[in-house]
Design a protein around this ligand. Structure first.
Ligand SMILES: [Zn+2]
Length: 354
């Protein structure tokens, strides 16, 4: 962190960028709602304001309170920012769902999945009011948004980006992250990404590994990708960013679910390619007898999958991406040629430290 950072976090009730002197990194605790004893529930926000005017790039982490990899992504990004040479502003909500983070859980304290209830309601219930205040006090100040997530408990993801690839602005951001996979996914209105898009703030979701842990290799790649986005908008000086391997582009995806209960074994790993009809999971009953095999419904690539063997009917098996090809190029605003044959990816080493 810059030695010119303010030593103490300022307690405010709004992300008022004009009130923040440029040239330094600010630590803010922005009050959104009250708790039961009248204390303010505050989100921690880092703001680097450059001397020169420019766009405001917003980042959000831990909107699902147990999805932590975005937090060190923000820390490392800010460690590397030279605020004296910054154009515009980088503003990062380090923990977007503070009550969920404190409980090590995905949801808000009332059990609401915030990311299904944006833009919230001003006079709504607990989670709805929290979401409304997050949007109106913080998110609305952004010109672009990168929302950092991970897989849910019991599942693993590769490093992948969800973005509306018919929108040239979000397609460009997705490309510059250089994840393993970019999934074309028009945003649902109720998500933070969809709400932001609807409010004129181009937004992408970056899914970074697994919940409730730090995943160094993916964190490092995500930081590098976000720096490429900042450089593309002239917020940080263009350096030799390193090309990074091109991602696999998926035009759509489908979650496979079990229709029986038992003990589930998923066979392929993330970023593995599978063919239609290939057996991708097997289930045994509680006595150990095989009861069913699950087959891939189409050729595709594994974006994420379950690692929890305990499965009831309707348990998630595998998130299968359908590969985009040249025909899809016309429909999407993907800024680069989509190869006829998607590349095979070497899996990233999961636990290797950078
Ligand atoms: Zn999430």
């Amino acid at each position: 962190m810059s030695t010119r950072s303010l030593p103490d976090a300022a307690r405010v009730d709004d992300l008022d960028l004009d009130s923040l002197p440029p040239g330094i990194v600010h630590r803010l605790l922005i009050g959104l709602v009250d708790d039961q004893v009248g204390g303010r529930i505050r989100v921690p926000v880092l703001v680097a304001r450059g001397e020169r005017p420019g766009p405001v790039v917003g980042l959000t982490a831990a909107l699902h309170g147990n999805e932590l990899n975005g937090i060190p992504v923000i820390h490392r990004l800010f460690e590397g920012l030279d605020v004296a040479n910054l154009r515009g502003t980088v503003a990062a909500v380090v923990v977007a769902n503070v009550p969920g983070f404190k409980r090590r859980q995905r949801t808000y304290m009332d059990g609401l999945d915030l990311n299904h209830h944006f833009p919230g309601k001003k006079a709504g219930n607990g989670g709805q009011a929290y979401a409304w205040n997050l949007v109106h006090r913080v998110i609305d100040r952004f010109d672009l948004l990168i929302d950092l997530h991970t897989a849910s408990v019991g599942r693993v993801n590769c490093l992948y980006v969800r973005a509306d690839l018919t929108d040239a602005r979000t397609a460009d951001m997705a490309w510059r992250i250089r994840p393993d996979i970019v999934l074309h996914n028009p945003a649902n209105d109720k998500t933070l990404r969809g709400t932001s898009m609807g409010r004129g703030i181009p937004a992408i979701t970056v899914e970074i590994g697994n919940p409730q842990r730090f995943h160094p290799e993916y964190i490092r790649h995500a930081v590098t990708g976000i720096r490429r986005v900042l450089a593309a908008h002239d917020i940080v000086p263009k350096r030799k960013p390193g090309e990074g391997r091109p991602p696999i582009i998926c035009k759509s995806s489908k979650w496979m679910y079990t229709d029986r209960g038992g003990l589930l074994e998923v066979l392929p790993g993330t970023t593995d390619r599978v063919e239609k009809g290939e057996v991708v999971a097997r289930m045994r009953d509680i006595f150990g007898d095989p009861i069913i095999e699950y087959k891939a419904p189409f050729d595709g690539v594994v974006i994420g999958h379950s690692v929890d063997p305990v499965a009831e009917s309707g348990a998630r098996i595998l998130h299968l991406g359908a590969l985009a090809d040249g025909d899809d190029q016309r429909l999407l605003n993907w800024p680069h040629e989509i190869p006829a044959q998607a590349p095979e990816l070497e899996p990233r080493p999961l636990w290797e430290t950078p």
